[in-house]
Design a binder for this molecule. Structure first.
Ligand SMILES: [Zn+2]
Length: 358
């Protein structure tokens, strides 16, 4: 029996399982063996500006969340004993248990009620609040592919004063993470184990990283990066961002307008709902372990995520452009903590998979 399963069974008393689930992603344990019919289908949708929406209060009611505050019909707070959600009219940013989660469509106010888009309801909120209800087979979790960003001719982002290259700290963190995950019994493959690029052509380089995952029959793909902003913004911008691939028909977090690419489905869309579960578990764990500022769980059509056929996430684990954060990233102890946080986030995700299989 893999060690990670043995470890899981060690806590799999009813109370232990509930404690793990509640501390991890604050999701309700699936006690009822009968899966609910898809919440949104039962509630019905309305079309607003060409997008399907569903009424937020009734939707969240199905997950045991009751409104505790509605400010002038524009901001809605809902709570159950283990979950808190906040949404705001005209905003694509929601708060889920205090974590920033970006949606694909803005929340809309109508007749003093708030509406969330059908795709956000299904692929963000339903997925994270009740992973056991996600349609289709529950993914396995044996082989994990870690992708240290950049390498070789491509240093990635840099901090000149500290002589830090993104490619170096990403690889170092990946090697630390590999050791931790192997100790847990997972099989781990890296897209590169030394300072090299996979192609001199950037888009080919990114595509090959995804191919490594697909050829290894990866069950989970995690791309590790560090970010930077222009000098004028550097002092105030720090923290962690976690990205999953943008669902079809939705806008990426950074996009203000709709693009032709929004309509195209990619292999990276096969696991939209599980991507959200994975991204949320990892993002929360990194924030709580490292006390890092929360830049949000976001969506982007990054090429490495686009071609991967398993649940996948890209972590921007801090800003090399920020002096204080760059100094932290430059320390081996911090990269150890970061690797440990990511490993713990993967375990939290695995616990959700195991619970969903029951
Ligand atoms: Zn990068």
């Amino acid at each position: 029996m893999p060690r990670r399963i043995a470890r899981f069974l060690g806590v799999a008393t009813a109370a232990g399982l509930a404690a793990v689930l509640l501390s991890g992603a604050a999701s309700a344990p699936a006690r009822n063996p009968i899966r609910p019919t898809p919440a949104v289908a039962a509630l019905g949708t309305v079309r607003i500006s060409g997008v399907e929406y569903t009424e937020a209060r009734s939707f969240f009611n199905r997950y045991g969340l009751k409104p505790t505050g509605l400010e002038a019909g524009s901001r809605l707070r809902l709570e159950s004993s283990w979950t808190k959600v906040e949404i705001e009219a005209n905003s694509r940013e929601a708060s889920l248990n205090g974590t920033r989660v970006f949606l694909g469509e803005p929340v809309v106010a109508r007749d003093r009620s708030l509406f969330i888009s059908r795709i956000d309801a299904e692929k963000v909120f339903s997925a994270i609040l009740r992973p056991a209800g996600i349609a289709g087979a529950v993914p396995a979790l044996r082989t994990i592919v870690i992708d240290p960003g950049h390498g070789g001719i491509d240093p990635g982002k840099q901090h000149a004063g500290l002589k830090l290259d993104e490619k170096t700290v990403a690889l170092d963190t990946a090697l630390r993470l590999k050791k931790l995950l192997e100790r847990e019994g997972y099989q781990v493959v890296l897209t590169r184990t030394d300072d090299r690029h996979l192609s001199t052509d950037k888009s080919e380089d990114l595509r090959r990283r995804a191919e490594v995952a697909n050829e290894a029959h990866a069950d989970l793909f995690i791309s590790l990066h560090f970010n930077a902003v222009p000098a004028v913004d550097a002092p105030r911008v720090q923290g962690t961002e976690t990205y999953t691939f943008t669902p079809q028909y939705q806008r990426s977090t950074a996009d203000g307008t709709r693009l032709a690419a929004d309509r195209v489905a990619a292999p990276g869309n096969r696991h939209d709902a599980w991507n959200a579960v994975l991204g949320y578990a990892l993002h929360r764990q990194i924030l709580s372990s490292l006390k890092a500022p929360d830049r949000g769980l976001k969506r982007a059509r990054f090429a490495v995520l686009k071609f991967v056929s398993c649940p996948a996430v890209l972590i921007e684990a801090g800003f090399l452009s920020n002096d204080a954060e760059a100094r932290r990233i430059g320390s081996a102890a911090y990269r150890d903590d970061l690797a440990a946080a990511i490993a713990a986030g993967i375990r939290a995700y695995d616990v959700q998979l195991i619970a969903a299989r029951r």
